[in-house]
Design a protein around this ligand. Structure first.
Ligand code: SAM
Ligand code: SF4
Ligand code: F3S
Length: 453
């Protein structure tokens, strides 16, 4: 029996899929190299925007065809699913299973006919600690290590607190042991994952607007917050890089800036989602910071980094932005453009606002037209292109360290210490080995180079 996993969404879903693979392999399934060889297809979905949900609907014609060829074929839907969509998807999938109950999936799959689907859904509603499952890693030389899951922040546009539930922090000892294990296996880039890594084991009480009354689950070492965790991981012997995501600006403490700058294995790259450059919109988004706070934070991070690591290791900063949030005026959007010009991001993930059922913003009128959203995305992309290109051009002629992670048609592709995408002619056997590459050409979204022997 073979399985095939389709993963949508963020790195957290990617990491979850590695745990799903481990569970399926344990009960005897083998990985299918092609979807039409599979007896079990798992769709690990994302609901962050409607387009992500639509992609799952889009799979249905293919599933129908595959089922006519293989009558044993079973399908599972999991991941970030909104309640409303779950009801609709029930007719398209054999199972809808909660990722948090992954430890119990094998029982359900072993007795497929003993329960009907709706019973399975409710029977699996109690949460198990699925992060304890040893993953079947699939992204060598990059290892994804969740440190927490869920979110308590309830940004008004976001589904995550509803789909993943309240923030649960993983025990420190489990995180350390997973990182050690990965380093021993030769993994060179460790990603610490969480919806808000900065609030890991934080004593800061839950956002007043949140609907959660329960405390975060901490099984041990509750005094080890994120900066302390970083220091511990940085001290694990071995030649590897540490990266993390996502970071909420409101929880970015001075202690974290200092730890990040001092720990030499932490790469000089930070994704710091700002979401909007306008204070009124930020308030409506429930982000709990102002544009001035964000600018000052970036300044502090850049200065501390330069002071501790030296001016030659300036930090790369990327961000996430939503354009066309309900009520966003031309003037408010211009404030975002101004912020982009001021900060000069290395990269930005620009999204057009998508109303998500059940969120606070869903009740606000989605009054920025599709056309305007598209136009605003285009304008910001143009600003970004300029700043990103100017930054990348400065690297021409420099020799930088890269971790090759992909091979395509004679080219190796990898990320630099600063998280820049670099492409050069090379052979597959270099994947997972740090190499020195001289930069020969710069584009806004990437660099080209030549391998130094
Ligand atoms: N935890 C991160 C933070 O605090 O910014 C973000 C995680 S969210 C799953 C990933 C990105 O999706 C967000 O940064 C946001 O830009 C985008 N996003 C979330 N909800 C969205 C929506 N309703 N419409 C458009 N983009 C959205
Ligand atoms: Fe969503 Fe906000 Fe939580 Fe990020 S911090 S996952 S944007 S609710
Ligand atoms: Fe999507 Fe869930 Fe990640 S909604 S972005 S897969 S946390």
């Amino acid at each position: 029996m073979k399985y095939f996993i389709i993963t949508y969404g963020c790195q957290m879903n990617k990491s979850d899929s590695e745990r799903i693979a481990a569970v399926l392999e344990k009960i005897g399934y083998k990985n299918a190299s092609k979807i039409d060889e599979a007896d079990l297809i798992v769709v690990n979905m994302c609901s962050v925007r409607q387009s992500a949900v639509d992609r799952v609907y889009g799979l249905q014609p293919m599933f129908k065809t595959l089922k006519t060829k293989n009558y044993k074929l079973q399908t599972i839907l999991t991941g970030c699913i909104l309640k409303k969509d779950r009801k609709k998807f029930i007719e398209y999938f054999d199972y809808i299973l909660n990722i948090k109950n992954l430890t119990r999936w094998s029982k359900v799959l072993a007795t497929p006919n003993s329960l009907n689907q709706s019973t399975i859904v409710s029977d699996l509603s109690q949460s198990g600690n699925y992060l304890k499952i040893k993953p079947e890693y699939s992204s060598f030389p990059i290892g994804y290590v969740p440190i927490s899951t869920g979110c308590n922040n309830f940004c008004s546009y976001c589904v995550v607190p509803y789909t993943r539930g309240p923030e649960i922090c993983r025990p420190v000892k489990d995180i350390i042991s997973e990182v050690r294990d990965l380093v021993k296996k030769g993994y060179k880039e460790i990603w610490l994952l969480g919806q808000n890594v900065n609030s890991y084991n934080s004593q800061i009480s839950i956002n007043v607007n949140s609907r959660i009354s329960a405390n975060k689950i901490r099984e041990d070492s509750r005094d080890i917050n994120f900066p302390k965790l970083l220091k511990i991981i940085n001290n694990i012997p071995g030649d590897f890089w540490i990266r993390f995501t996502s970071s909420h600006p409101k929880d970015f403490s001075d202690e974290l800036i200092e730890a990040m700058s001092r720990c030499k294995k932490i790469t000089p790259y930070l994704n710091l989602p700002v979401q909007s450059g306008d204070n009124e919109i930020l308030k409506k988004m429930n982000r709990n910071y102002t544009v001035e706070y964000y600018k000052n934070l970036v300044k502090k991070i850049r200065q501390t980094f330069a002071k501790i690591r030296g001016k030659s290791v300036s930090i790369s900063i990327s961000t996430d932005i939503i354009v066309g949030f309900p009520g966003e005026t031309k003037k408010q959007f211009k404030n975002t453009v101004r912020l982009f010009k001021e900060i000069k991001f290395d990269m930005a993930y620009i999204a057009q606002y998508s109303p998500r059922p059940g969120t606070a913003a869903f009740k606000m009128k989605d009054d920025v037209t599709k056309e305007k959203k598209r136009e605003r995305e285009k304008i910001l992309t143009e600003v970004l292109k300029k700043t990103a290109l100017a930054k990348n051009k400065k690297l021409i002629g420099k020799t930088i360290t890269i971790l090759p992670s992909e091979y395509k048609n004679g080219f190796l592709i990898g990320k630099s210490f600063h998280y820049k995408t670099v492409k050069w002619v090379g052979s597959k056997d270099l994947i997972g080995k740090f190499v020195r590459v001289k930069i020969t050409d710069a584009q806004p979204w990437g660099l080209k180079g030549k391998l130094l022997k």
